[in-house]
Design a protein around this ligand. Structure first.
Ligand code: NAD
Length: 288
């Protein structure tokens, strides 16, 4: 790194708190080095109290842009000049691009999920998906899947604060895409089983299965899975959740959340540099 950084090196930041555990600095700096690009990516501990100043800093320092993660993904929207159609639908941003002082917010989480499916030779376009979740990760996936042309989306969630706040977003998806969108209470497990039965893909997009819910799943038993159902999980730690283990035992093709992380990064990398991230190399670097 010391040999690489000069007076010409351009900066990209990651604004989140806590953030020291993130794999994004390794991912991006390794990709810059591999392609010989003169950028550096650094993580900054920024919470909502310093977010506005940090965004002003992107303009003042003429940074190329930034990633944004929790707790800033929704709050950052108010400080940006423009939002991509996906970011506007989600009400959240994970990538900022600075174009001569004009800051545009994008969300690449859903793009990352859809690309990770493609990378696993899974084509969900024109088909039905059942997704559990209405939070940040789930909304990004649901918006992108609908924009990319899935035919039907059955969403399940517990009746918590996300249930009420998601209604507006689901209406916008219905208005702006041709995807049929259904919403059901996750307490109705018979309905869940019925919707999964004619879905091509089932996705957990909640933190179920990761700490403090490690080892847990809302799927009661293996009979919910049939061998030709594709089953994915946004959780990446542990790499195999209790749900993925059960699905694998039932003969399903499964995918964890590592691919979504990689490809959301690859999409952001392209927005900043105009170049494709060397994803096969980065998979090796990250031990994927
Ligand atoms: P969030 O807080 O925005 O949403 C939480 C979701 O979980 C909501 O739908 C909520 O209703 C649901 N939920 C909470 N408790 C539940 C329970 N007991 N039973 C069933 N559902 C419950 O969180 P988020 O940012 O969307 O993150 C969710 C998960 O996705 C986390 O595990 C996170 O690590 C993961 N994630 C992965 C990626 C990736 O790239 N792989 C990206 C973002 C988030």
């Amino acid at each position: 790194m010391a040999e690489r950084i000069t007076g010409h090196t351009e900066l990209i930041g990651l604004l989140a708190y806590p953030i020291r555990h993130s794999s994004s600095p390794t991912m991006h700096n390794e990709a810059f080095a591999k392609l010989g690009l003169d950028y550096a990516y650094l993580a900054f501990e920024v919470g909502q109290d310093t977010l506005e100043d940090a965004v002003k800093g992107i303009r003042a320092l003429r940074m190329v842009g930034a990633n944004v993660s929790m707790p800033n993904k929704s709050a950052v929207c108010q400080y940006l000049d423009r939002l991509s159609p996906e970011a506007e639908l989600c009400g959240a941003v994970n990538t900022i691009v600075n174009d001569n002082g004009v800051l545009t917010g994008h969300i690449t989480d859903g793009i990352g999920y859809m690309r990770s499916l493609q990378d696993g030779q899974i084509d969900v376009v024109g088909k039905k998906m059942t997704v559990v979740g209405l939070g940040g990760a789930a909304t990004a996936i649901e918006v992108q899947a609908a924009l990319d042309g899935i035919s039907e989306l059955s969403i399940f969630n517990i009746k918590d604060k996300f249930w009420d706040s998601a209604q507006g977003t689901l209406d916008k998806i219905r208005e702006r895409t041709s995807c049929k969108v259904n919403l059901y209470d996750l307490a109705d497990l018979d309905k869940l089983k019925e919707e999964m039965a004619d879905s091509y893909l089932f996705a957990n997009a909640t933190g179920m299965g990761m700490k403090p819910l490690e080892g847990k799943t809302y799927i009661p038993d293996k009979s919910f899975f049939r061998p030709d159902l594709i089953v994915t999980d946004v959780v990446y730690s542990p790499q195999e959740t209790a749900m993925l283990k059960m699905a694998k035992e039932a003969g399903c093709k499964t995918m964890n959340g590592m691919g979504m992380i990689l490809f959301q990064g690859a999409a952001a990398f392209e927005l900043w540099t105009g170049k494709e991230m060397p994803v096969e190399y980065i998979k090796q670097v990250l031990g994927m």
